[in-house]
Design a protein. Structure first.
Length: 127
């Protein structure tokens, strides 16, 4: 009994030493092919965590565009690939947005995650 208690206390102290994450999943979208997501609100800083796969890897392609949720104005191309993969893109603008996805033979998942300022400072874009 005492051995189990000591093991439990040791595990709890290890978990307490880990840095707390304030990441907050705002929204997640998944699909196959072309789609425009529903409007979502995001407070800066936030990231787009994207994943793409395909059963037809030699003929797949995907573009994801960020669109202003209120006006519908195009804000920019945020993902473009012709192969399966994943990535993260950080944004420093708050607001209402949508994603316009144009995809051929692609299964995709988009996660919008808000970060703390401290977490955003640790973010380094992939080359």
């Amino acid at each position: 009994m005492i051995k189990r208690l000591l093991i439990g206390l040791a595990a709890a102290s290890c978990l307490a030493a880990l840095p707390a994450s304030s990441e907050q999943l705002v929204r997640q979208f998944s699909g196959i092919g072309a789609s425009t997501t529903v409007e979502f609100e995001a407070q800066a800083p936030w990231i787009l965590d994207w994943r793409v796969n395909s059963d037809y890897q030699r003929s797949m392609a995907i573009e994801v565009h960020l669109v202003d949720g209120t006006t519908g104005f195009h804000k920019g191309l945020v993902v473009y690939t012709k192969q399966p993969g994943n990535g993260v893109r950080m944004f420093n603008q708050s607001g209402s947005f949508r994603f316009r996805v144009s995809a051929t033979h692609a299964k995709w998942t988009l996660k919008i995650i808000e970060l703390s300022r401290e977490e955003a400072e640790l973010y380094t874009p992939r080359q």
